[in-house]
Design a binder for this molecule. Sequence first.
Ligand SMILES: NC(=O)c1ccc[n+]([C@@H]2O[C@H](COP(=O)([O-])OP(=O)(O)OC[C@H]3O[C@@H](n4cnc5c(N)ncnc54)[C@H](O)[C@@H]3O)[C@@H](O)[C@H]2O)c1
Length: 317
Amino acid sequence: MYKIAIIEEFHKAGLELLDKHKDFNYEIINDASEENLIKKLPEFDGCTLRLSKLNSKILQNCKKLKVISRHGVGYDNVDIDFLKKNNITLLITSNANHVAVVEHTMYMILSIAKGIVSHDKAVRDGSFKKGISKIETFEISNKEILIIGCGRVGKSLVKKLQSFNMNIKIYDPYVDTKIITKLGGIKVDNLNESIQNADIITLHIPLNKNTKNLINITNLSLMKKNTILINTSRGGIVNEKDLDVALKKNMIFGAGLDVFEEEPLDQKSPLIKNKKILLSPHSATFTNECKIRMSKLTIQNIIDFFEKKMDKSMVVT
Ligand SMILES: NC(=O)c1ccc[n+]([C@@H]2O[C@H](COP(=O)([O-])OP(=O)(O)OC[C@H]3O[C@@H](n4cnc5c(N)ncnc54)[C@H](O)[C@@H]3O)[C@@H](O)[C@H]2O)c1
């Protein structure tokens, strides 16, 4: 019998798969503090993980732990080097998330370009006609979008944008030009140059030492005044202080953020009061459909791992 720790509960659809399986039992651990995980995790053979951190201090005593199954695709919250050294497998829900993230990205782009929040407020405030004349909006058709990161989300976004008749530029040094051309995008190699021409810039890359603060005051100051910046990938890739300054100085038009340097976002953060930013609480994958897909796949990955029939596309290390 394998013991699985469910670190931070998720949709019950996945847990029902474990309920039906004779070889597994599980315990839900909602207190994901370092202190509690140091105490609890050593008794388990495998665990699931949402956004709480699994560092080496927690992992060093987990001698039974063979597998960590991420409920999601990013894994900046896990000490990868420790996993590699100690032969612990890390799995992700590879193909469960991209549809929801792409739709969330489109929602953010269109909401900002169309002034959705201000228009809604204008009607409610009784300034129906004044609202229309004062709020600046624009079309995305025939505009240039720069997609930074051409993985599962980036690729799937290209398909959606084509129907909006956009000029699609893609920056991803790790993806071959032929693949990008076949998708219908144009590969660019110089980030700072491409940033200067884009009307919309959207980030779909992992957070790591190379991408931390990738978007900062230096390249924000190169962007066009009408640029919309979207980050649905990971907090920390956009420097929040710099973004706040850039928006206050009208260096760019607006920004949409689903992810933050620290989550939950502190109510004292200047981003909270900055009306040029559309905020969401790391909720891109919180559609009814995606919650079920992620839940089932997180658990199926654990079952497949112990039954030695892993789908390689789910394995990080
Ligand atoms: N908001 C959410 O709820 C949510 C949900 C899913 C994924 N995400 C985030 O979105 C990111 C992208 O997801 P994905 O499934 O497309 O990942 P992916 O691994 O399929 O693609 C990431 C792409 O980024 C590229 N890349 C890496 N470093 C780069 C750099 N410095 N410059 C340009 N490109 C670079 C890689 O070559 C790869 O093609 C994930 O890392 C995750 O953190 C967020």
